[in-house]
Design a protein around this ligand. Structure first.
Ligand SMILES: Nc1nc2c(ncn2[C@@H]2O[C@H](COP(=O)(O)OP(=O)(O)OP(=O)(O)O)[C@@H](O)[C@H]2O)c(=O)[nH]1
Length: 321
């Protein structure tokens, strides 16, 4: 997710971003605003040669409210000193990258990403929008990054003004939650589904910081279906944008390759015996076994179990070496 201030903040998270590689991690635990073109080693490569992918309905979206929000954000950009992330049209504003939902990844994942960004010299804040961890640091960084705004104003004989930070990122990554935690008030609507924030809203934090909450933004088109599927797995895009059974099938295939999960754990959890390589077949078998043949119901169950951490907290991506 990205927070925009009189400096720009980038919030990468749960949240996914735009086409800069390499990208921050995508996980239900670890939301970023950036898109990734570099799936983790354990992730299937959804290539055009893959028979599994060829039959999938592509993940597609672009609801009207996102188009409207993007247009409004571009207009508001003039007012921002800092952006809490997003690449394409943010210009050269200063940024802070926020990796929210740090509670939803393992310590090893977190350390790997922290080390990766340190190596690249990228300022990154790990946060927890539910408990408020990282929010004070975020506010402090935004103000530090935008300090020159008031230096310039004073030189021109103008009075200082609050630093303006825009928080920008993918849907459902925790942007509004972070703002609410920072303000210690529920100023911005937050709920466990994408698309809750519909309008841009400036809120004041103390006397020297203003924050802009914005609706989650997605690129109009995404050519990297691997990243799109991970967004869907993490519940960062609306369910109407994808086929739930397809996405759950791919998640099953990914989970069977995760060292801490594997096929045995999956079979044991759902009490089914399935050794096919195909995740969709697993979902269909689960549907027959537990859900009266209702494939969508079975698919929701697997996705929901993953999002709740029932297979352990893990990032869907690890940084490139
Ligand atoms: N586990 C966990 N959940 C979080 C965290 N931050 C936010 N959430 C939850 O994620 C859900 C979405 O949070 P929001 O703040 O509404 O997300 P948003 O980015 O503003 O969403 P949009 O309105 O779609 O742009 C809510 O249920 C939050 O409680 C976090 O750090 N950890």
């Amino acid at each position: 997710m990205m927070v925009m201030m009189s400096v720009q903040f980038q919030l990468s998270s749960s949240c996914l971003w735009l086409p800069n590689s390499p990208s921050p991690p995508i996980s239900p635990l670890f939301r970023t605003t950036r898109f990734s073109s570099s799936p983790l080693a354990a992730t299937p490569t959804f290539s055009s040669q893959s028979p599994t992918i060829q039959v999938l309905r592509p993940v597609q979206w672009f609801p009207g409210h996102i188009a409207k929000a993007e247009k409004e954000l571009k207009e508001q950009l003039k007012l921002m000193d800092v952006v809490i992330e997003m690449d394409l049209w943010l210009g050269n504003r200063k940024r802070v990258l926020v990796l929210n939902r740090e509670d939803m990844i393992s310590t090893a994942d977190r350390n790997a990403w922290a080390e990766y960004f340190t190596r690249r010299g990228t300022k990154v804040v790990f946060s927890n929008g539910q408990l408020g961890m990282g929010t004070m640091k975020l506010g402090r960084l935004a103000k530090e990054l935008a300090a020159d705004v008031n230096v310039k104003r004073r030189a021109k004989g103008l009075l200082p003004r609050p630093v303006r930070a825009g928080i920008v990122g993918y849907p459902n990554v925790g942007k509004s939650s972070l703002i609410n935690r920072l303000l210690k008030r529920r100023m911005c609507p937050a709920a466990p589904r994408p698309g809750v924030t519909r309008d841009l809203r400036w809120v004041r934090f103390g006397k020297d910081l203003e924050l802009l909450d914005s609706p989650g933004i997605l690129p109009m088109r995404i050519s990297d279906q691997s990243a799109a599927i991970k967004l869907a797995i993490c519940d960062d895009i609306g369910e109407r944008s994808y086929d739930v059974a397809d996405v759950a099938g791919i998640l099953v295939q990914m989970l069977t390759k995760f060292p801490k999960v594997g096929r045995d754990v999956l079979c044991k959890r759902y009490k089914i015996d399935e050794d096919s390589e195909c995740g969709k077949i697993f979902i269909e078998k689960l549907a027959i076994h537990l859900f009266n043949g209702d494939v969508n119901h079975a698919a929701y169950r697997v996705l929901s179990d993953f999002r709740k951490g029932r297979f352990g907290w893990t990032a869907l991506e690890r940084p490139p070496r």
